[in-house]
Write a protein that binds this ligand. Sequence first.
Ligand code: 5GP
Length: 208
Amino acid sequence: MNRGILFVLSGPSGVGKGTVCAALRHKLPELIYSVSATTRSPREGEREGVNYFFKSREQFHHMIETDALLEHAEYVGNYYGTPREFVEKTLSEGKDIILEIEVQGALKVKEKFTEGVFVFLMPPSLNELKQRIVGRGTESQATIDHRLSVAAEEMNLLHHYDYAVVNDEIDNACSRIMSIITAEHCKRERFLGELFHDLANFPAADNV
Ligand code: 5GP
């Protein structure tokens, strides 16, 4: 059985990773979505174990110390991390999994999973990105300023990724990501092992 494929959806703050991922959940229910741990407080409507596993700083540090996280990053004053065991189990069961994480974490995952597929979600323009971060209206001015400066640096990391998807419309972005998933499943490498195994049971050409 082939291992599943690890997809990482990343990109600058405010680009809409969370919204695109939520829309993908409806369109692709068979894809597995990793739920991160975070020390940030829940926003209205967020649920434990669905949006995040909400942890205290002590609990989060314990997860780091016990190697329970595949990667973790500090982002605008809070910790975020991907629980390791769930990702490894899902891949070994031959199922695909997607991580929706910020760029520092994505680069750390890339060091460990070179075979992962890294998708960078882009804003249609930098000005649009600024409007989205300001328009969210859930954060203080200091947090907004911090998020804007972080987002500008994050845009420079595009070259580390395999694909770039512009998030102009959520449906368009989802279709592009679904096309990427299909394309990755059609890569010849995924067939070669099985093909050579099967061909070994065929007569050699010069004996025919
Ligand atoms: P938010 O606080 O808006 O939910 O998330 C802030 C940022 O943290 C977003 O860019 C989100 O993609 C990222 N994030 C969520 N979970 C993880 C994670 O497990 N690891 C890392 N490195 N970033 C994460």
